[in-house]
Design a protein around this ligand. Sequence first.
Ligand code: ADP
Ligand code: MG
Length: 500
Amino acid sequence: MSQYILEMENINKSFNEIQVLHNINLKIKKGEVHALIGGNGAGKSTMMKILTGVYTSDSGTVKVNGETIKISSTKDASENGIRMIFQEMSLIPTLTVAENIFLNQKVKEKGLQIINKKEMERKAAELLATFEIDVDPSAVVNTLGVGYCQLIEIAKALSREAKILVMDEPTASLTEAETQILFGIVEKLKKKGVTIIYISHRMHEIFQITDSITVMRDGRHVLTTETKNLNMESIIEHLLGSTSAEKAFKRIKREKKVTGSNILEVKNLTINDKIKNINFHLKKGEIIGFAGLMGSGRTEIGEAIFGLNPAKAGEIILDNQKVKIKSVKDGINAGVALIPEDRRRQGLVLMHTVKDNMVLPVINKFRKGLAIDKKNVEKTVNSYIEELSIKTDSMNKTISLLSGGNQQKVVIAKWLETNPKVLIMDEPTAGVDIGAKGEIVNVIRNLANQGLGVILISSELAELMAICDRIIVLKDGRITGELDGDLIESEAELEHAIQQ
Ligand code: ADP
Ligand code: MG
């Protein structure tokens, strides 16, 4: 018998005469967690849609346990035990959790017969409990957060036996707590012998949970090897090709040390019972990082300074003035901007254009009498497109058509238009490919060079190390350490500081 549970061989695929997959080979051993990585547009999702019967390949073969199978529909894939959790969610918002999980199955098994609701909810509860997903099976899906929807999507995929499970960027919209639940599920599935193909842009996840890796670039296979044979740098090199790799996460020493006055001082900030007595400062033009595990309080501190989740006690001093920040409006007026982690939910209106996303929140600035000064709007938008090198054919393009990295730059532009003194960014490069990450890192550096104070919250230690002048380490709502960015020797050292 073949040592591989799955062999996809010489897969070719074109859309509208443009070839997007060139002779791809993907071989995966039974019971492993296999990372499939590559920049946006590399062809990962298309490969997986071919495997799951959403698309058919133009040529190539698929073998499961050494035997060639024909996948011409999702049903064929499903009957071979191949399941996929899609990047775009497939739940029906107006149905309950239980109904969503069992929808297709029940319809098939029982025809039009009325489904016993109680029985279905009991089964759903059982299934959710095995994966420790704490959600009420009778809750209607549109009342739940994005993260829970993703976990339910997973439960749904696993409601029937899976041999091969494909997860396409499953953590892109999960909080850290939900990500940990997901990793627990991955562990359990692995113990049960399920093989997992895991697509993610997050390097630390890849090192944490995968056994082997396939890298794709521009529709071609680059390499397949065990995860332990690679490190961050070598992966980036394979992802980008050696010439552009250098640019991505290069640590650039600041030409001169930041010595200006404090733009922000935080004294004895208390947010809740757990997060209290927080003290730190940020200088003009300085980039500080918040490092810590989930629940360490990083996001909450950012939100308190911005006014989204105001502090109960303590002082915030901005540009030498004590300010009271009780609401987001106070925060914005005081000169604070926060770019939240989940830009899809909080930062952008995906159906709107690049231009509208940038200027609508501050449209009053462009009023001239009763009318809007369109020329000025366009000038401003164009200058951001240029300054942040946003890749879009036009300012009138719908933002959902831009890549994740370019969407993120539009969010940054939108907040720069409020003239902030302090910019707080929560996981700014989550869900964007490594090339775009490098560009966003550059944008952050440039902003700091112009005098903005930046607080960067990130789970990517390499990212913190690459750009922060100082890194503040948080644990369980307290500051437990501070490191000089230039003096950190390795990612392991920072990891150690966080775990302590
Ligand atoms: P990845 O998941 O690695 O980001 P995709 O598989 O989504 O990449 O895309 C690979 C290439 O195929 C891209 O250039 C994308 O624009 C193109 N593509 C994907 N799906 C379609 C489609 N349905 N129609 C036309 N082009 C597509
Ligand atoms: Mg994709």
